[in-house]
Design a protein around this ligand. Sequence first.
Ligand code: PMP
Length: 430
Amino acid sequence: MARYSELSVDELSALRESLQAEYEEIKSCGLKLDMSRGKPSAAQLDLSMDLLNCLTEEDIKSVSPDVRNYGLLEGLPGMRKLFADMLGLKPEEIFVGGNSSLNLMYDTLAKGMLFGYYNSEKPWSQCGKIKFLCPVPGYDRHFGVTETLGIEMLTVPMTSTGPDMDIVEELVNNDASIKGIWCVPMYSNPDGITYSDETVRRFANLKPAAKDFRIFWDNAYCVHHVSDQHDELLNLMDECRKAGTEDSVFMFASTSKVTFSGAGVAAFGCSENNMKHLVKLISMQTIGFDKVNQLRHLKYFKDLDGVKAHMEKHCALMKPKFETVLRHLDEEIAPLGIAEWKRPNGGYFISLNVLSGCAKQVVSLCKEAGVVLTPAGATFPYGVDPLDRNIRIAPSFPTAEELEMATKVLCLSVKLASAEQLLAQKKTAG
Ligand code: PMP
C-alpha cells in the first residue's frame, strides 16, 4: 500500500473509482449504527443492575438523619468521603449534587454570571466582555454552556501533556477579561490525554490578571481506564495549597459512566471559601438532592476501592472496543499516511485527525452509509474546526459486531475523502 500523497493523478483517479465502488456496496447494506455520543453500552449498564436491589428498608431506616427526608444539603457524609477520595480532596470540600456533573458545571458558571464568586468584585455578567479558554479539541457541551451564558471562547491547542501552557500563562496572566478555563485533565475528551505533572503545577501557579479567575477541572474520566496501563494525574488541589491558589479551582466528577448515565450521582469539589459561598446560594435553589440514590451508591460501592473494582468490569468491555477501532486504523489507514490518532489508556474516545479539509466529508460519507458519528467541528467552540480535520470516535455504544462494521465504514470513508481531496489538489497544482 503506497502513501496517498505519493500517488500520481492517474493512480489517484483509479483509486477513487475503486473506493467509490466499494463505498456504494457498503452503502447498500442499509446499516443503522450510532457512534455519535460517548454513551455506555447496554452491557455496561447491566453491570450495575444490583444497584437497584442493594438497598433494604432496614438500610434506609438505619441512617440518621433520615435520607428520605429533607436535610444534608451538601450530601451524605459517606458519599462526600467517596468523592473526596476520588478527587483527592477533603470530605468537607465536596458537595454531592444530583445525577449530572454537567448540570453542576452549568449551575456553577451561571452563579459566576449572576452573582460572581466569593472573591469577585461584581457578577461576571456586569464585567463587560468576558472570556473563557477552551483547550481544543475539547468537550462540545462545555462549549455549549459557555456560549449559552454569553461568554466568549478562546481556543488553546492541546499538546501531548495537556493544554499548551505557554499560551495559557501568557493569556491568563495578562488579560483580566479571561475569567476561566475548561479542563478535562485525565483521559481528556476527545484526545484521551492526561495532563503531565508539570502542566498541573503550572495550572496551580498561574498568576491570573482576573482575581476571580477559575479553573473548571472536569475530572469526568478519573477512574475510567481502558487499558492495563493506568495514567496518573497529579492532585491539582495539593499543588494549589502549596501555591496558595486553592480558591481558583472548581472540580467536578460523577458516576454517570460508572453506574447509570442518567441516574448516577454527581459532585463538585472546591476550597472552604468557595464552598461557603456556593452552599449559601444553593440553599436558595433546593432543600436537598436525592439522598436515597446517594445511599444506594454508597451501599453498592462502600468506598473508592469498590468503585475501582467495578471499573475493571467496564474496562473488560471497553478495552476490546478500543482495540477494534485501533486495529482497523493501524491496518487500513496508517500505511496510507492520511490520518493521525492517539492510543488512550482511558476515557471514552479516540480522536482522529484526518487530512485538513476532510473531516466534514468523512462524517457525511459515514452518515450516508448509515453510521452516525459526532458532527465534525463539535470538538471546537462554536462548532468550527478551523482545519476541518478532527473527528471524535466513540466506540462504547455499539456491540462488537456493529463496531467492526462501523469502523470499516469509517476507514473506507476516510480513504475515499482523502483520495478525492488529494486528487483535487493535484489537479489544481498540476
Ligand atoms: N464531562 C465530560 C468530559 C464528559 O465527557 C461528559 C459526558 N459523559 C460529562 C462531563 C457529563 O457528565 P454527567 O453525565 O455527569 O453530566
